[in-house]
Design a protein around this ligand. Structure first.
Ligand SMILES: C[C@@H](O)[C@H](N)C(=O)O
Ligand SMILES: C[C@@H](O)[C@H](N)C(=O)O
Lengths: 165, 165
């Protein structure tokens, strides 16, 4: 299956919330996401990397205007767990490359990351599925990133904002 | 948009490769994934969390039988970067909940994570997109995890293996 990249989408106003040094044992994510679900916080990307020394970190993105509410819920979760610290990031945008057959093609990821590197764009966070690669970048570089990735994959028009959902 | 979870899929034989303490500046992912693409390594989940103190870590999953080749490519990347360490994990499976409207529903994630916690399943890695939540678990717990998540979402039959791609 050859990878067919059919579009690039952007979500401009994202913020990140990270819970670091949380215990890496069953039940911890349940506590954190129950706190988020209680407040019906619309969470977008969720990223947890492999832990180390029994501790792990999780980050997730929310619309920037939901950040305060999310931080309150995160603080509650950390208190309930009795461990971990909360950090956040603002002024971020998500750039996604959408297409079929992405999973078996590390070539698509390599091209996207190389195009962004040459444009001087730093990758703050990455998450993928079999049809999509999403990266978080500084909002001030969102337009540069969009244009660069479009050109790199030979695409014409950007997907309309909101084509994300 | 209410979330409609339509299926659970499993990829049984996954391994992880992690590059830790790599510089958090443009171009680093380009080096790593160019090494992977040269060897046409079929990469599945890619996870990079927000960095700290100018350093970041990235993990990705590959089919277990591609692990040796992937580690060779990862070692080359770390040598070229002049920084970072390589670790790996084996005996892992990916469990994915697939559906529409997931993005704005932290409830789906909370339910999945809570069901798995009650079954004593540890979440080793998490990545999401707007139509899917994927977690990495110990392969010995894959069947328990599949059954638990099926019951939790009131689903009948598992998606055929391979429905993932
Ligand atoms: C870190 C967190 O994911 C933990 N492993 C859990 O299962 O909840
Ligand atoms: C850590 C890595 O993603 C780096 N920020 C890059 O852009 O390549």
């Amino acid at each position: 299956e050859t990878a067919v990249v059919c579009g690039v989408a952007v979500a401009r106003d994202e913020a990140t919330v990270s819970l670091r040094d949380i215990p890496d044992r069953p039940g911890v994510m349940s506590v954190i996401f129950s706190r988020m679900a209680e407040r019906k916080i619309p969470i977008d990307m969720i990223v947890q990397n492999v832990g180390r020394d029994g501790l792990a970190s999780v980050s997730f993105t929310v619309p920037q205007d939901e950040l305060a509410e999310t931080l309150t819920a995160a603080d509650q979760a950390v208190k309930q767990l009795g461990a971990g610290t909360v950090q956040h990031g603002t002024n971020l945008s998500k750039i996604s490359v959408v297409g079929s057959g992405m999973k078996s093609h590390s070539g698509v990821a390599a091209q996207m990351f190389t195009d962004l590197a040459q444009a001087g764009v730093n990758l703050e966070m990455i998450t993928t599925s079999d049809i999509k690669i999403s990266v978080l970048v500084d909002r001030n570089q969102a337009d540069t990133a969009m244009r660069t990735v479009h050109e790199g994959f030979g695409l014409s028009e950007p997907l309309p904002e909101g084509a994300e959902s």
